[in-house]
Design a binder for this molecule. Structure first.
Ligand code: AMP
Length: 523
C-alpha cells in the first residue's frame, strides 16, 4: 500500500485530466504530476535516500506542494510537514527530532542562510531551477511506485501543541487511506469535475484532504495568495467552479463576514463554494447559524486530531439542515456522530464508559489512529491504551450517539468544587449581540480555587459593560458558572491554525497585562 499509487492510476487511465492549478492556471495534468513525482523519487534514491527516510516540507501553500509530497511517497519516504509560519528554531527542533535528511523550503518561509536546517544533507528552494531539475524526468523508463506496508509511516506530523514541545505523530499509509475513503461516506461525495482549494496550511488537515480528491481524480487549486483571502476565494470559485475546502472556524467567520459586507447571499456562495468542511477548534452554535443563513447549506463539521487525522466525528450537511429536529440546537453545538471507520466512547479515568449524557474523556479506536509518537514510548503508552486513543478532549454522548465536546481536560475550570466547562459559558456570551469573540479561562482564586474570567472582543468599536454581560449570562446559565471578571481585548491570541491559546490568556492574567478590565460582576 502506497498512497502514491492513487496519482499513478489516474496518470494511466486519464493522463490528460487537469490536476493541479495555481489559481485558475493549470500547472499539471495527472500524467505530468505522476511524471514529476516519479522523477523526484528517482533523484532522491539516486542521492542515497532510502524508503523510510524523513524529508521535511517547510513550505507555504505552493503549486509544487503536492508534486513533492507524492514524490517523497513514490520513493517510500516519510514526509515531515512543517507549518511555514513556525519560527526557524521550532523548525530546527522538529527537523532534528525527526532525523530528517532533506528539506524542501519556500524562501519566503525560510530566507537563504537561515541556520535552522544547517545539519541536513540538502535544502532545496522550491522556486529554484534546482527544484525544476529534480522534477524533470530522466530519459529512462519511469520509476515504479515503491512498495510500502500499510503500517509504514507516511506522514510524521508534529502536533501543534498549545503547550510544551510538539511530538511527532506517526501517521501510516493505512491511516491516511482510511481517512480518504471515509471522506466519501461521512463528509462529502466528490467527482472528477470537483475542485478543492487549499486556503489553510497544507501541512495540516487541509493538505490531507488532497487524498480523497486524488482518489476521485478531482482538481487541486492553490490560491495565488498561498493562503486565506475571502475575496480571492469567492472570485476563484466563480472562475474554476464551486470549490471545496477545509477551514478552521475563524476562517469560516471571515468568509461569512466578507459575504455579509459585500451583500452576497446563498446563491452567490453556491457559485463559489461546493462544500466547506470546518473543524479543528470549537464552532459556536450562533456562528454556524449565521454561516448557514448567509452562505446556505454547504457546511459539514468534522472533529479529529493529529493522532487520528480528520477522523473522529462528523456533523453532516443533512444534520445542519434539519432545522425542525427537536434536538437541532443541541446538534449544532455538537461535533456530530462517529465517522464510519472509528468507534468512539466516553470514559472515566479508569477507562470505564460513563453513562449517556455524562462528561468524560473522548476515546477513539479505528484504522485512522496513529501508530505511535515518534521515539516517545512513554507518551505513546499514555495516549494509546488497549487499542484506544485517549484524546485529552472532554465530551459527552447523547442518546442518539452525537458527541458534544466540552473542553480539553486542562481547560476545565474547577471553582468551589464544581466543574465549569468554558465552552458552555462561551456559547452563551456569543449570543449577546455586542460580543464578536470570547474565550473563558480559569484564574487562581484564594477562596474558590479557580474563578471564571471571560476575555471578550466587542463587535465594532464598542465598549462593553460587565453588568450587561453578567445580566445576559445569568439569564441563561447557573449562577455559579458566571464569569467573575470580564476583560475586553482587541483580539484573542491564536496559534497558526486559528486555535485560541488559552495558556497565553492564563499567563496574561498572571502578568496582569490584559486589555481593558471591565471589572467584577456584581455579587
Ligand atoms: P490538532 O491535533 O492540532 O488537529 O488539534 C486537535 C484538537 O482540536 C482536538 O483534540 C480538539 O481539542 C480540537 N478540535 C478538533 N476538531 C474540533 C471541533 N470540530 N470542535 C471543537 N474542537 C475541535
Amino acid at each position: 500500500m502506497n498512497l502514491a499509487h492513487d496519482v499513478a492510476r489516474w496518470a494511466l487511465s486519464h493522463p490528460e485530466r487537469p490536476a493541479l492549478f495555481e489559481g485558475a492556471r493549470p500547472t499539471a495534468t495527472y500524467a505530468q504530476w505522476a511524471a514529476r513525482a516519479a522523477a523526484l523519487a528517482q533523484h532522491l534514491l539516486g542521492a542515497g535516500l532510502y524508503p523510510g527516510d524523513r524529508v521535511v516540507l517547510f513550505m507555504r501553500n505552493h503549486p509544487r506542494y503536492l508534486e513533492i509530497l507524492f514524490g517523497v511517497w513514490w520513493m517510500g519516504g516519510v514526509v515531515v510537514p512543517v507549518n511555514a509560519k513556525l519560527h526557524p528554531k521550532e523548525l530546527q527542533w522538529i527537523a532534528h527530532n525527526a532525523g530528517a535528511r532533506w528539506a524542501f523550503v519556500s524562501r519566503d518561509a525560510l530566507p537563504e542562510g537561515a541556520p535552522a536546517l544547517a545539519g541536513l544533507e540538502r535544502v532545496v528552494d522550491v522556486d529554484s531551477p534546482e527544484m525544476a531539475s529534480l522534477l524533470a524526468a530522466e530519459p529512462q523508463a519511469s520509476l515504479p511506485v515503491a512498495a510500502r506496508a500499510p503500517d509504514d509511516t507516511a506522514w510524521l506530523f508534529y502536533t501543534s501543541g498549545t503547550t510544551g514541545r510538539p511530538k511527532g505523530v506517526m501517521i501510516t499509509h493505512r491511516n491516511l487511506r482510511t481517512m480518504a475513503l471515509g471522506y466519501f461516506v461521512d463528509v462529502d461525495t466528490v467527482g472528477a469535475s470537483d475542485a478543492i482549494v487549499y486556503a489553510a496550511p497544507m501541512s495540516h488537515g487541509a493538505g490531507l484532504y488532497a487524498l480523497p480528491h486524488v482518489l476521485a481524480g478531482a482538481r487541486h487549486v492553490v490560491p495565488p495568495s498561498g493562503g486565506f483571502d475571502a475575496a480571492e476565494l469567492f472570485e476563484l470559485g466563480r472562475q474554476v467552479g464551486p470549490l471545496s475546502l477545509f477551514a478552521a472556524p475563524t476562517i469560516v467567520k471571515r468568509l461569512v463576514d466578507h459575504a455579509e459586507a459585500q451583500g452576497l447571499g446563498p446563491a452567490d456562495a453556491a457559485r463559489s463554494f461546493k462544500t466547506i468542511v470546518y473543524g479543528g477548534a470549537p464552532m459556536y452554535a450562533a456562528d454556524i447559524q449565521r454561516a448557514l443563513k448567509v452562505m446556505g447549506p454547504r457546511f459539514v463539521q468534522i472533529y479529529g486530531q493529529g493522532e487520528s487525522p480528520m477522523v473522529g466525528t462528523a456533523l453532516s450537511r443533512a444534520d445542519l439542515a434539519d432545522q425542525g429536529h427537536p434536538q437541532y440546537l443541541a446538534r449544532l453545538a455538537s461535533v456530530g456522530r462517529p465517522q464510519s471507520s472509528v468507534r468512539i466512547r466516553v470514559a472515566d479515568e479508569a477507562g470505564q464508559d460513563v453513562p449517556t449524557g455524562e462528561v468524560g474523556e473522548v476515546l477513539i479506536a479505528g484504522d485512522s489512529v496513529m501508530a505511535a509518537y515518534w521515539q516517545a514510548p512513554e507518551a505513546t503508552a499514555a495516549a494509546l491504551r488497549e487499542g484506544w486513543l485517549w484524546t485529552g478532549d472532554m465530551g459527552c454522548l447523547d442518546a442518539s450517539g452525537y458527541l458534544t465536546l466540552k473542553d480539553r481536560s486542562k481547560d476545565l475550570i474547577i471553582s468551589g468544587g464544581s466543574n465549569i466547562y468554558p465552552r458552555e459559558v462561551e456559547e452563551v456570551l456569543l449570543l449577546h449581540p455586542d460580543v464578536a469573540e470570547v474565550a473563558v479561562v480559569g484564574a487562581p482564586d484564594p477562596e474558590w480555587g479557580e474563578s471564571v474570567v471571560a476575555f471578550v472582543v466587542a463587535r465594532g468599536a464598542l465598549a462593553l459593560e460587565a453588568t450587561a454581560l453578567d445580566a445576559h449570562v445569568v439569564a441563561h446559565l447557573a449562577r455559579f458558572k458566571r464569569p467573575k471578571r470580564y476583560v475586553q481585548v482587541e483580539g484573542l491570541p491564536k496559534n497558526n491554525y486559528g486555535k485560541v491559546l488559552k495558556t497565553a490568556l492564563r499567563e496574561r492574567l498572571q502578568a496582569n497585562a490584559s486589555g481593558t478590565d471591565l471589572g467584577q460582576s456584581p455579587p
